[in-house]
Design a protein around this ligand. Sequence first.
Ligand SMILES: [Zn+2]
Length: 164
Amino acid sequence: MTTKQEAKILPIVHYPDPVLREISRAILPDEIRSPKIQRLAFDLEKTMLEKDGAGLAAPQVSESVQLVVLRHENKTLFLINPKITKKSRGKITEQEGCLSIVDEKGEIIYHPIERHKKVTCLYYDLNGKKKKIQAEDPLLARAVQHELDHLIGVLFIDYLKPQE
Ligand SMILES: [Zn+2]
Protein backbone atom coordinates (compact mmCIF):
# COMPACT_ATOMS: atom_id res chain seq x y z
CA MET A 1 0.00 0.00 0.00
CA THR A 2 1.24 3.42 -0.88
CA THR A 3 0.64 6.15 1.63
CA LYS A 4 1.28 9.85 1.67
CA GLN A 5 3.49 9.40 4.71
CA GLU A 6 6.04 7.45 2.66
CA ALA A 7 6.34 10.21 0.08
CA LYS A 8 9.81 11.53 -0.59
CA ILE A 9 11.28 14.66 -2.10
CA LEU A 10 12.52 14.07 -5.62
CA PRO A 11 15.33 15.97 -7.34
CA ILE A 12 13.99 18.60 -9.76
CA VAL A 13 15.68 18.79 -13.15
CA HIS A 14 16.59 22.16 -14.57
CA TYR A 15 16.57 23.69 -18.02
CA PRO A 16 18.18 22.73 -20.42
CA ASP A 17 17.77 19.08 -19.34
CA PRO A 18 16.37 17.28 -22.42
CA VAL A 19 13.61 15.50 -20.43
CA LEU A 20 11.89 18.91 -20.15
CA ARG A 21 11.48 18.89 -23.95
CA GLU A 22 9.97 15.42 -24.27
CA ILE A 23 6.32 14.70 -25.06
CA SER A 24 4.99 12.85 -22.03
CA ARG A 25 3.07 9.62 -22.55
CA ALA A 26 -0.51 9.15 -21.38
CA ILE A 27 -1.01 6.96 -18.31
CA LEU A 28 -3.08 3.84 -19.07
CA PRO A 29 -6.39 3.44 -17.17
CA ASP A 30 -5.12 0.25 -15.48
CA GLU A 31 -1.93 1.98 -14.50
CA ILE A 32 -3.47 4.88 -12.57
CA ARG A 33 -3.92 2.90 -9.35
CA SER A 34 -0.55 1.15 -9.64
CA PRO A 35 1.91 1.71 -6.79
CA LYS A 36 4.34 3.31 -9.24
CA ILE A 37 1.93 6.06 -10.32
CA GLN A 38 0.44 6.56 -6.84
CA ARG A 39 3.92 6.87 -5.36
CA LEU A 40 5.00 9.29 -8.07
CA ALA A 41 1.90 11.42 -7.44
CA PHE A 42 2.57 11.71 -3.69
CA ASP A 43 6.30 12.26 -4.26
CA LEU A 44 5.43 15.09 -6.67
CA GLU A 45 3.10 16.60 -4.09
CA LYS A 46 5.72 16.44 -1.35
CA THR A 47 8.35 17.92 -3.66
CA MET A 48 6.03 20.76 -4.73
CA LEU A 49 5.18 21.62 -1.10
CA GLU A 50 8.83 21.43 -0.02
CA LYS A 51 9.86 23.81 -2.83
CA ASP A 52 6.82 26.04 -2.20
CA GLY A 53 5.71 25.70 -5.82
CA ALA A 54 2.19 26.32 -7.15
CA GLY A 55 2.46 23.20 -9.27
CA LEU A 56 4.79 20.52 -10.55
CA ALA A 57 4.72 18.23 -13.58
CA ALA A 58 6.19 14.72 -13.75
CA PRO A 59 8.80 15.60 -16.42
CA GLN A 60 10.33 18.02 -13.89
CA VAL A 61 11.38 14.98 -11.86
CA SER A 62 12.51 13.09 -14.99
CA GLU A 63 9.29 11.06 -15.42
CA SER A 64 7.86 11.55 -18.88
CA VAL A 65 4.23 10.74 -18.03
CA GLN A 66 1.08 12.90 -18.06
CA LEU A 67 0.81 13.63 -14.36
CA VAL A 68 0.63 17.07 -12.78
CA VAL A 69 0.09 18.32 -9.24
CA LEU A 70 -1.34 21.76 -8.46
CA ARG A 71 -1.87 23.62 -5.23
CA HIS A 72 -5.34 25.08 -4.94
CA GLU A 73 -7.01 26.46 -1.79
CA ASN A 74 -4.65 24.52 0.50
CA LYS A 75 -5.43 21.27 -1.28
CA THR A 76 -3.47 19.37 -3.88
CA LEU A 77 -5.09 18.59 -7.20
CA PHE A 78 -3.73 15.52 -8.98
CA LEU A 79 -4.29 15.70 -12.74
CA ILE A 80 -3.73 12.60 -14.86
CA ASN A 81 -3.85 12.84 -18.67
CA PRO A 82 -5.21 16.41 -18.45
CA LYS A 83 -6.60 18.21 -21.49
CA ILE A 84 -7.69 21.83 -21.77
CA THR A 85 -11.09 21.81 -23.47
CA LYS A 86 -12.02 25.50 -23.21
CA LYS A 87 -10.05 28.73 -23.03
CA SER A 88 -11.41 32.21 -22.37
CA ARG A 89 -10.90 34.79 -25.05
CA GLY A 90 -9.67 37.12 -22.32
CA LYS A 91 -5.99 37.00 -21.49
CA ILE A 92 -3.94 38.37 -18.65
CA THR A 93 -0.22 39.01 -18.21
CA GLU A 94 1.44 38.23 -14.88
CA GLN A 95 4.88 37.34 -13.59
CA GLU A 96 5.54 33.65 -13.96
CA GLY A 97 8.30 31.39 -12.73
CA CYS A 98 9.19 27.69 -12.86
CA LEU A 99 11.02 25.43 -10.41
CA SER A 100 12.98 24.07 -13.40
CA ILE A 101 14.21 27.46 -14.63
CA VAL A 102 16.79 29.01 -12.32
CA ASP A 103 19.76 31.35 -12.60
CA GLU A 104 23.41 30.49 -11.78
CA LYS A 105 22.66 30.91 -8.07
CA GLY A 106 19.73 28.50 -8.24
CA GLU A 107 17.15 31.30 -7.85
CA ILE A 108 13.89 31.07 -9.80
CA ILE A 109 13.68 33.47 -12.75
CA TYR A 110 10.39 35.37 -13.27
CA HIS A 111 9.02 36.92 -16.46
CA PRO A 112 5.68 38.46 -17.42
CA ILE A 113 3.75 35.91 -19.49
CA GLU A 114 0.36 36.24 -21.18
CA ARG A 115 -2.14 33.43 -20.45
CA HIS A 116 -5.84 32.81 -20.89
CA LYS A 117 -7.77 34.15 -17.89
CA LYS A 118 -9.95 31.06 -17.53
CA VAL A 119 -9.65 27.49 -18.74
CA THR A 120 -11.63 24.29 -18.45
CA CYS A 121 -9.63 21.11 -18.03
CA LEU A 122 -10.65 17.45 -18.19
CA TYR A 123 -8.51 14.90 -16.38
CA TYR A 124 -8.51 11.67 -14.37
CA ASP A 125 -7.99 11.77 -10.62
CA LEU A 126 -5.89 9.34 -8.58
CA ASN A 127 -8.83 6.90 -8.42
CA GLY A 128 -9.14 6.87 -12.19
CA LYS A 129 -12.34 8.94 -12.11
CA LYS A 130 -12.97 11.41 -14.88
CA LYS A 131 -13.06 14.96 -13.53
CA LYS A 132 -13.46 18.48 -14.80
CA ILE A 133 -12.04 21.65 -13.38
CA GLN A 134 -13.28 25.07 -14.37
CA ALA A 135 -10.43 27.34 -13.45
CA GLU A 136 -12.08 30.74 -13.07
CA ASP A 137 -9.36 32.03 -10.79
CA PRO A 138 -6.70 33.48 -13.11
CA LEU A 139 -3.92 32.14 -10.86
CA LEU A 140 -5.22 28.59 -11.04
CA ALA A 141 -5.91 28.95 -14.78
CA ARG A 142 -2.31 30.12 -15.23
CA ALA A 143 -0.97 27.19 -13.22
CA VAL A 144 -3.03 24.72 -15.29
CA GLN A 145 -1.70 26.18 -18.54
CA HIS A 146 1.90 26.27 -17.26
CA GLU A 147 1.89 22.69 -15.95
CA LEU A 148 0.12 21.21 -18.98
CA ASP A 149 2.73 22.85 -21.21
CA HIS A 150 5.36 20.76 -19.39
CA LEU A 151 3.63 17.61 -20.69
CA ILE A 152 4.29 18.67 -24.28
CA GLY A 153 7.83 19.91 -23.72
CA VAL A 154 6.91 23.60 -23.65
CA LEU A 155 8.48 25.99 -21.12
CA PHE A 156 7.29 29.50 -20.27
CA ILE A 157 10.54 30.97 -21.63
CA ASP A 158 9.38 29.82 -25.08
CA TYR A 159 6.82 32.66 -24.98
CA LEU A 160 9.42 35.36 -24.40
CA LYS A 161 10.27 37.73 -27.20
CA PRO A 162 13.99 37.67 -28.13
CA GLN A 163 14.77 41.04 -26.44
CA GLU A 164 13.28 39.93 -23.08
ZN1 LIG B 1 7.28 24.86 -14.67
